[in-house]
Design a protein around this ligand. Structure first.
Ligand SMILES: *[C@@H]1O[C@H](CO)[C@@H](O)[C@H](O)[C@H]1NC(C)=O
Length: 218
């Protein structure tokens, strides 16, 4: 029992230390501003009425590459990977990854539904095409997010969510990104065994994170 007590104290102390750094230190390293990202998304959407998702995503990507030079990965079709997490399945393209932030395109051509996960990070899900619905456990009616809307999932909160076929988003996460990895990879390791997507996700994230660390960006 003594051991359990000591372990609990260590976990509580660790939780408070991580929270303190999350609120007071990590924000100094954030390079992306969610309001600016939403502005860019809205501008591209309204400048391309009737455009397909590819045109919108490429348009947003071009603007991001311009606004954040050297920080956005190329739009290579072969770098898209499957992501299975929280019983939902989608495709993603990692645009930027560090210890405190990631920026990805995430979406689905067929539609999907699942759990958002519970994260030690704030998540901003900017809809670029299609529609997302979401609801916390106590809700009887879904929230609806349409192109241009940014769905903020605060640190520690979770929801059930659904995306229509052909729905795509620009997702920004800010906080303790490494703590999100188990959610992002466990279904691949224990269920889909999609080693290609898993390996590629780890490789791109690790290369990006180390590259950012080397230039002083946590
Ligand atoms: C999407 O739009 C672009 C640009 O207008 C076009 O080149 C492309 O063929 C379209 N893709 C599909 C799948 O319709």
């Amino acid at each position: 029992m003594k051991f359990v007590g000591q372990l609990s104290i260590i976990f509580v102390a660790l939780y408070f230390a991580l929270s303190y750094v999350h609120e007071n230190i990590l924000p100094q390293f954030y390079v992306f501003d969610r309001t600016r990202l939403q502005q860019i998304g809205k501008e591209v959407i309204s400048a391309n009425p009737g455009a397909n998702s590819t045109a919108i995503l490429r348009g947003v990507h071009a603007r991001l590459a311009e606004e954040y030079p050297g920080l956005i990965n190329d739009f290579n079709e072969e770098d898209w990977v499957f992501n299975n997490a929280g019983n939902a399945m989608g495709s993603m393209l990692v645009l930027h990854a560090s210890i405190s932030e990631y920026l990805i395109f995430f979406g689905t051509a067929t539609g999907t539904e699942g759990h958002t996960g519970t994260h030690f990070a704030d998540d901003y899900f900017l809809i670029l095409s299609g529609q997302q619905t979401a609801a916390p456990a106590h809700s009887r009616e879904a929230e609806v997010y349409l192109p241009g809307d940014s769905h903020h999932l605060p640190c520690g909160y979770n929801k059930q969510y659904q995306m229509d076929p052909n729905s795509w988003a620009l997702e920004l996460a800010q906080g303790w990104i490494p703590t999100m990895l188990p959610f992002g990879l466990l279904e691949t390791i224990f269920s889909t065994l999609d080693v290609w997507s898993c390996g590629k996700t780890i490789k791109i994230s690790a290369v990006n994170t180390v590259k950012n660390l080397l230039r002083g960006k946590i």
